[in-house]
Design a protein around this ligand. Sequence first.
Ligand code: 5GP
Ligand code: ZN
Length: 136
Amino acid sequence: MKDENCIFCKIANGEIPSRTLFEDDDFRVILDLNPATKGHALILPKNHYKNLYEIEDETASKVLPLAKKMVITMTEKLGCDGFNLIQNNNEVAGQTVFHFHMHLIPRYNDDNQNFVMKPNEMSGEELDAVRDKIVK
Ligand code: 5GP
Ligand code: ZN
């Protein structure tokens, strides 16, 4: 399942060259062209899924073990101090390329980046209502 108009399909399947860190039958891990920090990488499945809403379970189940392997290796090689894993779904959430990908972003004590969420106040009643909406 490839989409001939999708740049990440072409990169994942080697039709467009990329700085590849890892490749197997299902995935290619590449350096992001405009890195948030040194070593910012993307896990790309070779098949086309728009995002988490569409990725099949078998492929999805392989993403986190691969991310863990990359994080351990990259931490050792780059000497970073931590990692953010980010995975955006749909425009509202910041997705700009509509082929599933997971960002692996090495963090350094002096990297001047900031992925901190803005916390909001919510009452106990409101939190209960949200939980009920999801589980009922
Ligand atoms: P999104 O915002 O969709 O989660 O992330 C898309 C990411 O893909 C961005 O970080 C962007 O820099 C990266 N990107 C976009 N086009 C290319 C490309 O052609 N090659 C590589 N290596 N990265 C790309
Ligand atoms: Zn694609």
